[in-house]
Design a protein around this ligand. Structure first.
Ligand code: BDP
Length: 690
């Protein structure tokens, strides 16, 4: 293939003893052949084991009696050797996506067992075993039981089928070629492998923006909108073809749909959720989809948001709007993900989603999941946690994270989101008293989980910046288990991607772990400011260059001070948090510095704990962010010769551009702070010399 293998490289294990120990247990493989997932498992083992062992494995349809040892992959109910080797009752009782790995002996042979209650679990278990070997871990004493902490682990592609582009994608064009489908590309299979290898179980194929203004850059609209989705007769067979690819890897397919589909795809003259014909249309449409795709996952809907149609067009609530779709899924194992990314352009945007959705807690149909971004605004470099988490106990919730680096340097900057997600996951909402981490708000049963806005495209390296691969890998691993240690996940990715050289592993892991805070510093000044990036009239403009002056409404900058007052004397966003979080945020003395100006408008000379003023701290952080990126670049440069030239150069070049861009951010921001405050930097750096 002319594209990168990412973390599925399967290089030969150098250590001969270790390799021998793997070969003894895995050179012979006994695996089923009856389901599509079995096909995927056999293919993966063939490729993976051949790489790792340096020898072609033997695949059997029965236990290979002559071998001293073998690997067996199957459900206990279908294979005697599995039933004999594990606690079958325990395996059957595992979560559908769970699995069990065990080393034992059977009739004198050393066997390695991968078993699960479902074939999808077998896929995950197989990838887990291969990961252990690819990272050189011993497998002679395995006893691993894994279950995901989140039932739903979805990728949301923001791919635009009718343009071939990816909204907010920095890795090139969309990999999905709709004009050629149902013809399949090898790349679809390889993408499914990447996703399944990190535990993803669903993929939404198309962008949430299914209605686009005809003229780009005209969101407010001329009234001429073009709505599109994939629910028509021409496209559904193409969707089914992709669904078959993903199914092979245990991944279910979903679609973003336009709320006005009954009018756009159907020929009704309304999409009013309380209209019987509309309800019947959705029911029939969902039935038609299930005829083609029996394991279809469901719909994702962006309604009444940024120009998309929705129930507001008929004076209906979000619950009324979502429930008509939810009811259409009643006969099936599928559901509706309904986004809470809803705001209007007045008042404090942070309070809006909660103000709209929280009062409807309990009103959403069983088949509806409300999907909430991690923060109350929009994937900013750092935001507080959305107050909907913990405050909608009667509703299925999913959290939405952004894997793609829309606001964090796009295809250029090295910025791992893993530490960002870790901070988010660890947040204590206090919803149920102390010790109610945010993860509990979406880690329930079916219908709850985590969605991530994808970051792959047609580029040879898939992501734009090669190191952005850590964001897809880390997302999958953390969606499976948000309590995993982010640094370990990152290190795992580095070892799978760059090999085992300890210096490379340590250096790249450190770079990634420190990269996010650096970005936060030069892009925001590190005290909780948001939306300081260029954001032209058109929704699709930029989000990469600094332009704080364009959005004084977000920074709250005045001659007297800076920050947005969301305290009890301002918009009172703080009040949506449970106590004692609300109290802590409400008082500038106890509000954490990193979110201070998100919650408070403070005088430029307001003193922080360490005695520095607000404006001085902003200056210092902007400068520190740039220094940090330079340090990270130096660290990367120290690896020249230790990793292959092509990947070395690629990242080195991006670092050069990142340093320049970080300097531009720093200079723009400090000038901005200086223009308003009139306060010079104590260290003489601001105003800038030229
Ligand atoms: C913003 C993006 C925009 C998306 C929107 C969304 O700038 O492209 O359409 O979010 O999530 O982050 O719907």
């Amino acid at each position: 293939a002319d594209y990168d293998e990412c973390w599925l490289r399967y290089p030969r294990v150098d250590d001969a003893d270790r390799r021998e120990s793997y070969a003894r247990r895995c050179l012979h493989v006994y695996a089923g052949e009856t389901s599509p997932q079995h096909g995927a498992i056999r293919d993966e083992l063939r490729e993976g084991l051949e790489g790792i062992l340096g020898r072609e494995p033997h695949l059997w349809q029965h236990p290979p009696r002559s071998a001293d040892g073998f690997l067996v992959v199957g459900q206990p109910d279908l294979m005697e050797v599995v039933a004999d080797s594990v606690d079958a009752g325990m395996v059957r009782s595992l979560d559908d996506d769970g699995y069990h790995l065990r080393s034992t002996t059977w009739e004198g042979a050393e066997v390695t067992v991968v078993t699960a209650p479902t074939d999808r679990g077998l896929v995950y278990g197989t990838f887990h075993l291969l990961r252990l070997m690819a990272t050189g871990e011993p497998i002679d004493d395995l006893d691993v039981v894994e279950e995901p902490r989140n039932a739903e682990r979805l990728i949301n592609q923001w791919d635009e089928p009718f343009r071939g582009t990816v909204e907010r994608g920095y890795g090139g064009e969309s990999i999905f070629k709709w004009e050629h489908l149902p013809d399949l590309r090898e790349r679809y299979f390889d993408y499914a492998r990447l996703l399944a290898s990190v535990g993803i179980n669903g993929v939404v194929l198309n962008d949430v923006n299914t209605t686009r203004p005809e003229r780009p850059g005209d969101l407010a609209g001329t009234g001429e909108f073009e709505g599109v989705d994939l629910l028509d007769e021409q496209h559904l067979p193409k969707v089914a073809a992709l669904a078959a690819v993903f199914r092979r890897y245990g991944i279910r397919t979903y679609l973003s749909v336009n709320y006005a589909s009954p009018m756009l795809v159907g020929d009704l003259d309304t999409a009013d959720p309380l209209d019987d014909a509309v309800a019947a249309w959705w029911k029939d449409k969902v039935a038609e989809v299930y005829d083609l795709i029996p394991d279809f996952g469901g719909f994702l809907v962006k309604a009444d948001s940024e120009g998309q149609p929705g129930p507001y067009d008929y004076d209906r609530s979000h619950a009324e709007g979502a429930n008509v779709l939810g009811r259409a899924f009643e006969p099936y194992d599928g559901r509706v993900f309904w986004r809470a990314f809803v705001y209007s352009d007045h008042d404090d945007r942070a309070v809006q989603a909660h103000a709209i959705f929280e009062p409807q807690d309990g009103d959403f149909h069983e088949k509806v999941t409300v999907q909430v971004k991690n923060g109350p605004i929009d994937f900013q470099p750092r935001e507080p946690v959305s107050t909907l988490f913990g405050d909608m106990p009667e509703t299925h919730l999913a959290c939405e994270l952004q894997i793609t680096q829309e606001y964090t340097g796009q295809g250029v900057h090295v910025c791992s989101h893993v530490p960002l997600w870790e901070e988010f996951f660890a947040f204590d909402t206090h919803a149920d008293g102390e010790g109610t981490p945010v993860t509990e708000a979406f880690a329930g049963t079916e219908g709850e989980g985590i969605a991530g806005v994808g970051n792959v495209g047609e580029d040879g390296n898939w992501f734009g910046n090669y190191l952005s691969g850590v964001n897809l890998y880390g997302f999958g691993r953390l969606a499976w288990d948000p309590t995993l240690d982010g640094e370990s996940v990152t290190e795992e990715w580095v070892r799978l991607t760059f090999g085992d050289d300890p210096e490379v592993v340590e250096t790249v892991t450190d770079i990634l772990q420190d990269s996010w805070e650096a970005t936060v510093d030069y892009e925001t000044g590190g005290l909780g400011l948001i939306h300081m990036m260029y954001n032209g009239e058109a929704r699709l403009e930029n989000h990469y260059d600094p332009a704080p002056a364009e959005w004084p409404g977000y920074t709250g900058a005045t001659e007297d001070g800076i920050g947005y007052d969301r305290s009890s004397s301002g918009s009172d966003y703080v009040d949506q948090f449970a106590d004692p979080v609300a109290e802590r945020y409400d008082d500038p003395e106890t509000c954490p510095d990193k979110l201070l100006l998100f919650f408070h408008h403070l005088p430029w000379d307001h003193e922080l704990d360490d005695g520095r003023t607000v404006v001085q701290t902003l200056y210092d952080n902007c400068f520190a962010g740039v220094e940090e990126v330079k340090r990270l670049r130096e660290q990367w440069r120290s690896l020249e010769g230790s990793i292959d030239e092509q990947r070395y150069r690629h990242v080195a070049e991006r670092f050069d551009e990142q340093v320049e861009q970080a300097e531009r951010w720093r200079d723009t921001l400090v000038e901005y702070f200086h223009d308003y405050s009139g306060v010079a930097d104590e260290r003489g750096r601001v105003p800038l010399a030229n």
